[in-house]
Design a protein around this ligand. Sequence first.
Ligand SMILES: [Zn+2]
Length: 291
Amino acid sequence: MKPKDTVVAVDIGGTTTKLALVDRQGTVECWQTFSTSGSNSESFVEKLLVAIRRLQAPSHGPVLGVSVALAGFVTADGTLEYNPNLPWLEGAPVAALLQRELGVPVHVESDSNAACAAEYVFGQGRDASRFLCLTGGTGLGVGMIVQGRLLRVAHGCIGDAGHVIVLAGGPRCSCGGRGCAEALLSTALLGQQYARESGEHGATFRTLVRDAQAGNAKAAEIIRQAGYWLGVAAASLSHILFPDRIAVAGGFRGQGPFCFKQPRNLFASTAESCRLRARRWSQRSPANMPL
Ligand SMILES: [Zn+2]
């Protein structure tokens, strides 16, 4: 059977793994999810292979390849180098293991880069010259594309910009630090905070957003606070990266004014100083602009 113009797209997140059959236009033909739970890489890869083969069922035909977005630092050969949320998967050569079993090309990319590239090609980043994308989930992924190319500062990505400190001495983060943006914006932690404060056992980020939209004051306050920290993170990063467009993707996307009113307001208060600095900088040393 001739391969169809589709790939299997996989997103291995800290909590959930999502898979979809996707064509060149970004249309999702079918998808499925399973929990990213596990204690060792072998059993997880086995589970992932079963799920991929299900999507590659005879009715769908062979695919051109498999593209994997993986939370954490990923080496050029597709090995997970570091992710404190998935320590049992660290060191696993994910690309090589999948390619050996599936017999089609496999590309593994840091999920923050993958989300940024997807928004750049299909979504909010189209036509941007300097595009910054913040992706909310169990962790906070940050990626940037400058004139069509992913910015790779360290470990194949922009670095660990989700751990920019927005509240010195703030809550403990999975990285071992305190007050990182991720410690204040992780959707898993926000769900747990809501469960604690509302007494609603098992509450998740989805529950939190649903209740905030239904008018629950406690839920709305948690979302408002998260929006504030998202604005602080975006404004701080903008002084370094000078984006001409910022997108928010992942778990925060689609939550509308609940999530975005605060960051927009906060960002607006710093945007003018960003523009002034950019102008001064480019007038002073245009030849030295590195990007
Ligand atoms: Zn951190």
